[in-house]
Design a binder for this molecule. Structure first.
Ligand SMILES: Cc1cc2nc3c(=O)[nH]c(=O)nc-3n(C[C@H](O)[C@H](O)[C@H](O)COP(=O)(O)OP(=O)(O)OC[C@H]3O[C@@H](n4cnc5c(N)ncnc54)[C@H](O)[C@@H]3O)c2cc1C
Length: 442
């Protein structure tokens, strides 16, 4: 897709995760001048499995005439043959075999290594589109007034823009400016052990080699308040498992806490022995505490020149499999709103972004809790009667959504509401903006 005519809107994006990069790419493609500031000093293939639903694939597929999607496909799991097999945790029996529906050509689904997929998107933004991405730049402060917004880097340098997008993840600094207070995460009562490793030891063990010899596979074992998901990727060459379990520890969210295999073995006592046989092959694992945040009252700063996007605005549970995709939808939506509103209407465009996104994100977030609770409190007698009741649900209203098309369709109405305050009586009152920020000398 060729870049649109220049709009003159200067955008600063903080954070080069999937949310920030999508916002930057879409802003660039829609004619805004965009630069990205990111704390990490170099690109590293961090993380493990990440999912993008068809609503995310639709966005990727529009980049570089489908070339980005093709690169992601080569790195992603292919379950067209194997599907998803759901087991009862103790007997190991397959209670439901969920067939993978064929990909829609314009809206493919991707599951792969977060670091590998991220690299594809990062390289597209930086090397193909030429978007300036400033690495090793920790943003220490945000500021705004009615005319402009900006950031302060660790060096003390200030960068000014028409709008700043805070795509700075779960521990967002931008969120402090927007809310006027530090929003502490709460324990969700669950944590996830996660691991990714090559298949060498799996193939050497007759109990586990079947998972690496048939191309890609995806199996889940559902137990009381626990679920264990295991997949093999890239034609069975890489292995990945995640185990969601009860955990009341109240610590900050992070990707980097090491986990202990002995703790995993304790949870797997009495389980299908193949689960332990898989876990035994794990060289290292991460213990990721799943934190929860009440929905933020607003994602938009007082002057509506700083906004929150992605995890900074709305962290997701992994059971929604939508966290990264919703961050992408946010990025597409703000780019459309800025294009339609134009440089003279940036604050109204930012408020329109919030109006368009807020309720949908809340509804999708809820699905993460619903799936987890459905699995963790499984009634096995009911599953015997209706095996499909344990399936991982793919809701059409989530996956068929076209964030760009939708933003374009509703923008005029929302913009009118935001700029005039007028409502036809059916629409809910406008969402609030944040409190007045303390003055910063600029
Ligand atoms: C290292 C890492 C590994 C992850 N691994 C997985 C995974 O395996 N599976 C999974 O489902 N999800 C993973 N996630 C989370 C997942 O990527 C996000 O939930 C989702 O993609 C939404 O992305 P986001 O862009 O909103 O936030 P993030 O992906 O968290 O990106 C936020 C970015 O902002 C940067 N940043 C934060 N503060 C500042 C600051 N003050 N100044 C400059 N930059 C700043 C961070 O370095 C980060 O790159 C991981 C995230 C990270 C950062």
């Amino acid at each position: 897709m060729a870049a649109a005519p220049k709009t003159g809107v200067k955008v600063v994006v903080v954070g080069a995760g999937f949310g920030g990069l999508t916002a930057a790419i879409e802003c660039h493609l829609k004619g805004h001048d965009v630069e990205v500031y990111e704390n990490f000093p170099e690109l590293k293939t961090l993380g493990d499995i990440i999912s993008f639903g068809a609503n995310g694939g639709r966005i990727f597929n529009r980049w570089a005439s489908g070339a980005v999607a093709r690169r992601l496909r080569a790195l992603s799991i292919d379950l067209r043959g194997y599907g998803f097999r759901i087991h009862k945790y103790d007997t190991g029996e397959v209670v439901y075999h969920q067939i993978t529906p064929p990909d829609k050509p314009d809206a493919p689904v991707f599951n792969g290594h977060r670091g590998e997929l991220h690299q594809v998107v990062f390289n597209y933004a930086r090397d193909e589109l030429g978007i300036p991405i400033h690495l090793g730049q920790l943003v220490e402060e945000y500021f705004e007034d009615a005319e402009r917004a900006g950031i302060v880097l660790q060096s003390g340098e200030k960068v000014f823009a028409d709008i700043v997008i805070g795509a700075d993840g779960v521990r967002s600094k931008a969120r402090e400016l927007v809310l006027g207070y530090v929003d502490k995460p709460k324990s969700s009562g669950y944590a996830v052990w996660r691991a990714w490793f090559p298949n060498t030891d799996m193939i050497a063990d007759p109990r586990t080699k079947e998972f690496c010899e048939k191309g890609d596979t995806f199996n889940g074992w559902i137990g009381p308040d626990v679920h264990f998901l295991f997949s093999t990727i890239k034609n069975g060459s890489d292995c990945c498992w995640v185990l969601t379990h009860r955990d009341e520890h109240d610590i900050d969210e992070s990707w980097s806490f090491p986990g202990k295999l002995e703790d995993v073995y304790k949870v797997l006592e009495g389980w299908d022995p193949v689960c332990r046989a898989i876990v035994e092959k794990t060289p290292a694992l991460v213990d990721w505490k799943l934190v929860y945040r009440d929905p933020l009252p607003t994602w938009v700063s007082h002057h509506a020149r700083i906004l929150l996007l992605g995890d900074a605005a709305h962290p997701f549970l992994p059971t929604s499999a939508q966290g990264a995709t919703q961050a992408m939808e946010d990025g597409v939506t703000i780019a459309v709103c800025l294009q339609r509103g134009g440089r003279e209407n940036v604050p109204a465009a930012v408020r329109a972004y919030q109006e368009i996104r807020y309720d949908r994100v809340r509804a999708v977030q809820k699905t993460g809790e619903t799936t987890r609770d459905r699995w963790h409190k499984t009634d096995w007698a009911k599953v015997a009667e209706d095996p499909a009741s344990i399936a991982f649900r793919r809701e059409d209203w989530i996956h068929d959504h076209d964030a760009e098309g939708h933003a374009g369709d509703v923008f005029d109405d929302v913009f009118k509401r935001v700029t005039t305050g007028a409502s036809d009586g059916r629409a809910a009152p406008l969402l609030p903006v944040g409190p007045a920020p303390p003055a910063v000398a600029v």
